[in-house]
Design a protein around this ligand. Structure first.
Ligand code: SF4
Ligand code: SF4
Length: 425
């Protein structure tokens, strides 16, 4: 049996000539494609010894992206295995859970040839040694399948030497003490519990048909998480119906001891009116007063505006659904048109290129906006897609939210400390 290193390249004629020059090699066998513009297969030898096989990469291939996605870009060209049975045997073993690129077939240079990518898990194999990983579980309610969360965390910790941070957002309803201990000790990146506010607010929007998931039960779980992990975060959702209670609810959680309280408006609702956003600004002012009076830092009303990093979804981030399908963004889970591969086959590069191309689009109606570099709607085109059906139609709730914070900041920053004290009083 012989084994060459095999490379797939763009401009295979030029590449072969360059390799010959670089390594003192000569072309010892060549098969051109039908229109004679590239090599379908080409073998190079040095001093009569087989050295390298190369072929034109036929799929659209952006090398910059390929190298970000995969560090194993070499394949091996095994041939002269002795018999067709040996090829069939290798084919059957390697294609088990792998991806068959070409089944066993006759090609111009061989009677019995197949191309197969073996099963070795895309996710594991695509991780570079020095990469820092963040694995975040969210739903629906992820703790419905807690054993799989535990399994994934344990496998990743045992099999990879990378630095890995874990996170979860849970509604807290299924937690027991063992789960609380496990999550509190593992989730150093994000440990969020979705609670909207005090009992009145929580039971308004999150009704259950079970007596078990009372407000006290959920709050008790949240307090247990907080005790075990002081970074436990309260993820509040508010909408126009309970906007008037927003400040009261934020203060409620802070007074319970939570340092990280993150309110977020219901961005899926289109019912918000200008009057609602005025109420929002008033509520933010109340929260700001509380922040100043207690020397806190509450990001929701922060006067600091940071440029958001570019959305690199699909490149250094992707979401995986329970079937192992990959999506560029967690907001797109379930949108089949955005599936961009899966855990056994890896990323479909053509789909990734398509997504990257879409992400380069700009929202021209925001061209003149001074806040655009800090605005979620301007960056997160997929949020626009799921909430407004169009990547380039900004989510209006996000737009108003950042404008409310901006107006509030102007009010606060432009006042003298004397007047600021008056605001607080
Ligand atoms: S969505 Fe609104 S806040 Fe965001 S960039 Fe556009 S106009 Fe500005
Ligand atoms: S659209 Fe926004 S939320 Fe989605 S992946 Fe991009 S940056 Fe993240």
């Amino acid at each position: 049996m012989k084994n060459y290193t095999q490379v797939y390249v763009k401009n295979s004629f030029e590449a072969a000539a360059m390799y010959c020059k670089a390594f003192g090699a000569e072309i010892t066998f060549e098969v051109k494609n039908d229109d004679k513009t590239a090599y379908a297969h080409c073998e190079l030898s040095v001093n009569g010894e087989g050295f390298l096989a190369l072929a034109e990469a036929t799929n659209p291939c952006d090398i910059n992206i390929v190298h970000k996605m995969k560090w194993e870009t070499m394949t091996f060209n095994v041939f002269e295995m002795g018999s067709e049975e040996a090829v069939c045997n290798a084919f059957i073993i390697l294609s088990n859970s792998g991806v068959i690129i070409n089944p066993i077939q006759e090609v111009p240079w061989n009677k019995c040839c197949a191309t197969v990518i073996d099963k070795y898990d895309y996710i594991k194999n695509s991780i570079k040694l020095e990469q820092k990983l963040i694995v975040n579980f969210h739903g629906g309610e992820p703790t419905i399948n807690f054993p799989i969360i535990k399994y994934i965390i344990e496998v990743l910790e045992n099999e990879l030497s990378n630095s890995i941070s874990f996170g979860i957002t849970t509604n807290g309803s299924l937690l027991n003490d063992d789960m609380i201990d496990f999550l509190a000790s593992k989730c150093d990146f994000n440990l969020s519990i979705s609670l909207d506010g005090n009992e009145k607010t929580q039971t308004y929007n999150r009704k259950t048909n079970s007596d078990k998931y009372t407000f006290d039960f959920l709050m008790n779980n949240a307090m247990k998480l907080l005790k075990k992990n002081p970074k436990t975060r309260i993820r509040m959702t508010f909408d126009k119906e309970n906007i008037d209670d927003l400040a009261e609810n934020v203060i409620y959680f802070i007074e319970k001891g939570f340092k990280y309280v993150v309110p977020h408006p219901n961005i899926f609702s289109e019912d918000w009116s200008n009057e609602d956003f005025e109420k929002l600004e008033n509520q933010m002012l109340e929260i700001k007063k509380f922040e100043i009076a207690n020397s806190l830092h509450i990001p929701f009303v922060s006067s600091e505006f940071f440029c958001l990093s570019k959305c690199n979804s699909g490149l250094n981030y992707y979401s995986v659904d329970p079937e192992g399908n990959f999506y560029p963004c967690s907001f797109l889970i379930g949108k089949e048109e955005y599936i961009m591969g899966n855990s056994s086959k890896g990323i479909e590069l053509e789909k990734l290129f398509e997504i990257q191309k879409k992400l380069k689009s700009l929202i021209h109606e925001c061209d003149e906006c001074a806040l655009k570099d800090c605005c979620i709607s301007y960056r997160c085109l997929f949020i626009n897609y799921v909430t407004r059906g169009n990547l380039l139609k900004p989510n209006l709730v996000e737009c108003n939210l950042i404008n409310c914070r901006y107006n509030l900041s102007k009010k606060i920053i432009s006042t003298t400390s004397y007047i600021r004290e008056e605001i607080v009083d």
